[in-house]
Design a protein around this ligand. Structure first.
Ligand SMILES: Cc1cc2nc3c(=O)[nH]c(=O)nc-3n(C[C@H](O)[C@H](O)[C@H](O)COP(=O)(O)O)c2cc1C
Length: 187
């Protein structure tokens, strides 16, 4: 049983070289975490194995993003996302997470994995703005409306969700972001 900590407005930063890895069963129960996961989240292996992954769910994260993650994984496809996680001590850490599916020899889904790396500040800045809007829509009108907003946001930028995440999280994407920041400053 995991107790929800009091949420602190304090960030945990960690080395770009540290990959945080976990594996879940098809219901999202954690079946494996690596050492970096324990070190950064503050939870030991004993505390987390067998627990649902939403133990790390941060209240600033819109439900719609996890809906997309689950919908895609259960359909057997990989997906990436930018996630704000809640550590055991109430602090937060932002990650870029690549979710993947594992299959057995017959091609049946057996598990899901997440490979996470530290999210650069520019990525956080951009996604935070979007998540804040999605979250406030969710609170007032529910998840379907926040997903509709995400869809219109992507349409406006002529992007699909995977392309948006790719643009945002690859170095090329960061250059584009820098350009946008300069453009905003010039406006
Ligand atoms: C492989 C895998 C890794 C996940 N990692 C995280 C994570 O690091 N943080 C998180 O909040 N949710 C993660 N989730 C999503 C959770 O299962 C859950 O959907 C989410 O925390 C929202 O919780 P809720 O549906 O109870 O609101 C992961 C799911 C999978 C399949």
């Amino acid at each position: 049983m995991i107790y929800r900590p009091i949420v602190l407005d304090e960030e945990i930063s960690f080395s770009k070289k540290k990959f945080i890895v976990s594996k879940t069963d098809l219901s999202g129960k954690i079946i494996f975490i690596n050492k970096n996961f324990s070190e950064i989240s503050g939870y030991s292996e004993e505390e987390l194995i067998g627990e649902p992954h939403n133990a790390l769910r941060h209240p600033d994260m819109p439900r719609g993003i996890f809906f997309l993650v689950w919908q895609t994984l259960l359909a057997g496809n990989p997906i990436s996302g930018v996630i704000k996680n809640l550590a055991k001590d109430g602090r937060y850490y932002w990650v870029i997470s690549d979710f993947e599916v594992k299959r057995d020899m017959n091609g049946e889904l057996v598990a899901f994995t997440a490979f996470r790396r530290a999210a650069p500040d520019l990525v956080i800045e951009e996604i935070e703005e979007l998540y804040e809007i999605m979250l406030s829509i969710e609170k007032k009108h529910g998840m379907e409306q926040s997903l509709a907003y995400l869809e219109s946001f992507l349409d406006e930028h002529n992007l699909t969700y995977p392309k948006f995440i790719e643009e945002l999280t690859t170095p090329k994407g960061i250059l584009v972001n820098l350009l946008n920041i300069f453009k905003r400053m010039l406006r």
